[in-house]
Write a protein that binds this ligand. Structure first.
Ligand code: NDP
Length: 327
């Protein structure tokens, strides 16, 4: 049987994750990586992975079944999504939640006009968390949905710490509040403020001679980033930072608490504990690339999100095998 031919557009953390994930799916093969940088400067995980200049991608129009876009949501995807969806079936992880409807429209037209499928805004949030929010609301219409994030490394907040004068290096983790989660799990459906749901924990390496007290206070009072939260600042050595804070963990919980009668409350919980955010996100994108290929074979073209894809389409197993083994 012919393998599904996958290609990667943009090779950063997510691109590397897709390269790994495709190698774990025996029904797929990797055509190569398409980068805006000089291919000779891009070092892939597997030495036999081919790297091409993205400008040459149209030469591969008939050799790629699904192109997985691994560019950044802020500046890359808003340009690349509409462009690539006119020539390829695409999958991406666009995660600017407020702009998803607008982005959806921008890829719907080119993909429909050219008989392509554009599956956008996938990963874990948006993605697997979104599906679980939907299931929760649909199954328990009378109730509340809660999303907690963490423990997770926040790139934006880590950058903010590093801009404080006297800081040599640093990382920030977002932590879900245990007390808040316990309250939600108990079924009481509390109203929780931003401050009550999450805490922020910083690990900072100081420059020689920097004033720790001032740095701590500048971090804790930084508007929007840290001021609204309970923040702790830990000072550590560069060695500790290198040894203990070199991964990109993330995860969190989606909890729906709802009542089906006066006396009965029901709680649904979905949780993720991820050692590598990009590797997990990439694994989701690759499973959805399989679904995207199948949708294109069914000629179900245009923009889609995780909400539009039947779960069976994600699996390497046939519908019959799934009924026999997993139902
Ligand atoms: P990176 O910054 O690692 O990569 C983004 C792009 O930058 C790459 O596609 C690459 O494009 C370019 N790039 C990468 N490394 C270099 C380099 N050394 N020098 C110059 N350019 C480089 O981002 P991530 O892969 O970590 O994340 C991509 C997006 O994934 C995020 O913006 C986020 O929105 C999304 N995401 C979504 C999640 C979800 O749950 N939906 C979860 C996690 C992330 P090129 O090869 O063309 O130069």
């Amino acid at each position: 049987k012919q393998k599904i031919k996958i290609a990667i557009a943009g090779y950063g953390n997510l691109g590397r994750g897709v390269e790994l994930s495709v190698s774990k799916n025996p029904d797929m093969s990797l055509v190569g990586v398409f980068s805006r940088r000089d291919p000779k400067s891009v070092e892939t995980i597997f030495p036999d992975t081919k790297v091409y200049l993205v400008d040459d991608i149209l030469e591969f129009k008939d050799k790629i079944d699904v192109l997985i876009l691994c560019g950044g949501s802020k500046d890359d995807l808003p340009v690349q999504g509409p462009e690539f969806s006119a020539n390829f079936n695409i999958v991406d992880s666009f995660d600017t939640h407020a702009k998803i409807p607008e982005y959806f429209d921008s890829v719907d037209k080119p993909s429909k006009a050219n008989n392509k499928v554009a599956l956008i805004a996938n990963g874990w949030d948006p993605g697997m968390f979104s599906i679980n929010r939907l299931y929760g609301e649909a199954l328990l219409p009378v109730g509340e949905t809660y999303t907690f994030w963490g423990k997770g490394l926040s790139q934006g907040h880590s950058d903010a710490i590093r801009r404080v004068q006297g800081v040599k290096a640093g990382v920030q983790y977002t932590l879900p509040s245990e007390e808040a989660i316990q309250k939600v799990r108990s079924g009481t459906r509390p109203t929780l403020s931003t401050k009550e749901k999450h805490k922020r924990e910083c690990f900072v390496v100081l420059e020689d001679g920097a004033d720790a007290k001032r740095v701590e206070s500048e971090i804790k009072t930084m508007p929007n980033y840290f001021e609204p939260y309970e923040t702790t600042v830990n000072f550590i050595s560069q060695k500790e930072l290198d040894e203990n804070h070199n991964k990109m963990p993330h995860g969190g919980f989606v909890i729906r608490s709802g009542s089906t009668s006066q006396k009965n409350n029901q709680v649904i919980e979905y949780s993720l504990n991820l050692e590598s955010n990009p590797e997990f996100t990439a694994s989701v994108l690759v499973a959805y690339a399989r679904a995207t290929f199948r949708l294109s074979q069914k000629e179900d073209f245009g923009a889609k999100t995780a909400f539009d894809v039947a779960p069976g389409l994600l699996s390497i197993k046939s519908a019959h095998e799934l009924r026999a083994e997993l139902l």
